[in-house]
Write a protein that binds this ligand. Structure first.
Ligand code: PEP
Ligand code: MG
Length: 564
């Protein structure tokens, strides 16, 4: 038996598909026989055509004809005589490899399209970059597993499951996820929970331990994984799976009920989402709104920045799906463990302390303005609120508000409708924001506490580092004090204070958060009913008495002793 971190609850039984990571490394070499390179190019193009047709045929059934036709369009784009001619001529003229010529010609073409001020044509840039990457992989003999096409009952094993990889997953086919790195609040864990896929993380060397086709069983609540189990073990896990599903079914009685304590204190119970389509799931799980839409996922799994129109459609979809219920949309939060390769960000020594989130956005105003414009325009279709991540000083909030005000003026001049009272709030996730919570509360329309980062920044611990994971705990007195302070400062200024970090769904912490006065709990759709049950079981008097005791504790152990 192997043991890892319990990343996403549930029982998984299935067969392994190992996801290997490949680095694309194109060397600039001079070739002696350009003709041989042209022959390699031709054979790669043929393979590209065959594979693309196969993929498109599958997509006709799984995704729909419209998307499949986009893929078929890639064949025509690659086989455009001008493109082929340019690549071949470059191989001959510069005596370079086929992959180098593909890289240069297709990148140049993509760049040209990206400069055209027409959104449809700009989309061509994305297509050309996609074609380029696939062609280079074919030329270099790199075979990627297409996660969206793995068979039902697959257990994915990967070093780390990056957010962009996760974006391609079809949850119906994935029985479980195993990784070598990552903690409970890593983005792969968050996404696994959002998709209700059992996951066990940080199992040392799991990708070498298992091979494709191995049978595995895993328990996402205990962190246990058994490779090639015997029949008795499989039976035992089948029984556990059955029990897990029955317990889940019991929660159904909380659907449609108010999110209130036994003695009637009402709170808002909303959802965290990563994709516009997830909003539907939030509705189905009886979420009362969206407390965090992580918009960076719109920027992942693609080769270029989404256009204003694409973003507008995404935000509008969420707003309309939620039918007037609150929708908090966080502006681009990249950096840390969320890389977006095409943005060309430099490698940093301390990415979690570096050029990320609002810091990046305030310097790349071109990107940020597009996002804010799309958000403000979408506010005409529902109750959208804007949330700024990683704030550390009030100037950042002021600058975002000033940008929003300028955009509104322009929209007025253009006669575009939007909500003139759109709220702009702060994601409270740094120690600095906590220390100036009193100042921020005077200028922010709301707070939402991001405990995933707040825990890391308060404890000076990196979210995914297994060696210091023992310090990464929301039960630490330092973190609890930070949370309490933020809520108190927000309440003093009369603004709504929510929580969108994973702690909001932690049944041990919920009584404490209620006692502190938290107004809104934002959890994954799959956790809504369980969280509502926990809240319904609470009594405010008891919660306050508990909080009083907990806040006197000196250590994490003492806190846990009381909370358990
Ligand atoms: C957080 O930091 O708590 C949070 C919700 O944001 P993310 O997990 O995306 O960093
Ligand atoms: Mg965060």
């Amino acid at each position: 038996m192997y043991k890892g971190i319990a990343g996403s609850e549930g029982i998984g039984i299935g067969n392994v598909v190992v996801i290997e990571e490949h680095e694309i490394n194109i060397k600039r070499e001079t070739v002696d026989e350009p003709d041989a390179e042209i022959a390699r190019l031709q054979s790669a193009i043929e393979k590209f055509v065959t594979l693309t047709n196969e993929m498109a045929d599958k997509m006709d059934v799984t995704v729909g004809k419209k998307d499949a036709d986009i893929l078929r369009g890639h064949i025509q784009m690659l086989q455009d005589p001008m493109i082929e001619e340019q690549i071949s001529s470059l191989i001959v003229a510069e005596k370079i490899t086929a992959e180098m010529a593909v890289e240069q010609v297709l990148e140049q073409t993509a760049e040209m399209f990206s400069q055209i001020p027409d959104e449809l044509l700009q989309q061509r840039a994305t297509d050309f970059r996609d074609i380029k990457t696939r062609m280079i992989k074919l030329l270099l003999g790199i075979e990627d597993v297409d996660i969206s096409q793995v068979p039902a009952g697959t257990v994915l094993a990967a070093r780390d499951l990056t957010p962009s990889m996760t974006a391609g997953i079809n949850p119906d086919n994935i029985a479980g996820i195993l990784t070598e790195v990552g903690g409970r609040t890593s983005h792969s864990a968050i996404l696994a929970r959002a998709m209700e896929i059992p996951a066990v993380l940080s199992i040392d060397g799991i990708c070498s331990i298992v091979k494709n086709g191995d049978k595995v069983v895993l328990d996402g609540s205990s962190g246990e994984v058994i490779v090639n189990p015997d029949d008795t073990t499989i039976k035992a896990f089948e029984q556990k799976l059955d029990a897990f599903q029955k317990e889940k079914a019991l929660l159904a009685k909380y659907a449609g009920k108010p999110s209130a304590t036994k003695d009637g204190t009402k709170v808002e119970l909303v959802c965290n989402i990563g994709k516009p389509e997830d909003a539907q799931k939030a509705v189905e799980c009886d979420g009362e709104g969206i407390g965090l839409f992580r918009t960076e996922f719109l920027f992942m799994d693609r080769d270029s920045i989404p256009t204003e129109e694409e973003q507008f459609e995404a935000y509008k979809t969420v707003a309309e799906t939620m039918k007037g219920k609150p929708v908090i949309i966080r502006t681009l939060d990249i950096g840390g463990d969320k890389a977006i390769p095409y943005l060309g960000l430099e490698k940093e020594e301390n990415p979690f302390l570096g050029f990320r989130a609002v810091r990046f956005c305030l310097q790349r105003k071109d990107i940020y303005e597009t996002q804010l414009r799309a958000l403000i325009r979408a506010s005409a279709f529902g109750k959208i609120k804007i949330m700024v991540p990683l704030v550390t000083c009030v100037d950042e909030l002021r600058r975002v508000k000033a940008m929003a005000a300028d955009i509104m003026k322009k929209l007025d001049a253009e006669g575009v409708c939007y909500n003139k009272n759109i709220e702009i709030g702060v994601m409270m996730e740094t120690s600095a924001a906590c220390m100036i919570a009193d100042i921020l509360a005077k200028e922010a329309a709301f707070f939402s506490i991001g405990t995933n980062d707040l825990t890391g920044y308060t404890m000076a611990v990196d979210r995914g580092n297994a060696k210091v994971a023992y310090l990464y705990s929301t039960y630490q007195p330092a973190v609890l004090r930070a949370i309490k302070r933020i809520i108190e400062c927000g309440k003093k200024e009369g603004i709504m204070v929510g929580m969108c970090g994973e702690a909001a769904a932690d049944s041990k912490l919920i009584p404490l958060l209620l006692a502190f006065g938290l107004d809104e709990f934002s959890v994954s759709a799959a956790s809504v009913l369980k969280t509502r049950k926990t809240i319904s079981d609470c009594d405010m008097e008891e919660c306050r008495a508990l909080a009083e005791k907990v806040m006197q504790c000196a250590t994490e152990e003492e806190v846990l002793e009381i909370l358990k």
